[in-house]
Design a protein around this ligand. Structure first.
Ligand SMILES: [Zn+2]
Ligand SMILES: [Zn+2]
Length: 79
């Protein structure tokens, strides 16, 4: 547990805060994923579904951010 702070978020590369929903993520991505699961969401990608998801751009496209979360194996049952 002492080293977990320096592990980057698997989704966006920001400083992670531990394992959330089965994947090491930051608080931002944890909250994002929780919101995406708790309500009816229908994200659309305004581009070609290949948006860069990193610390700077993670809020630009919710669709691609969620896809990346899912691809990494994040699951509502993981926490
Ligand atoms: Zn993140
Ligand atoms: Zn996108």
């Amino acid at each position: 547990m002492t080293q977990i702070e320096i592990i980057p978020c698997k989704v966006c590369g920001d400083k992670s805060s531990g394992v959330h929903y089965g994947v090491i993520t930051c608080e931002g991505c944890k909250g994002f994923f929780r919101r995406s699961q708790s309500s009816v969401v229908n994200y659309q990608c305004p581009r070609n579904k290949q948006c860069v998801v990193d610390r700077v751009n993670r809020n630009r496209c919710q669709y691609c951010r969620l896809q990346k979360c899912l691809k990494l194996g994040m699951s509502r049952d993981g926490e």
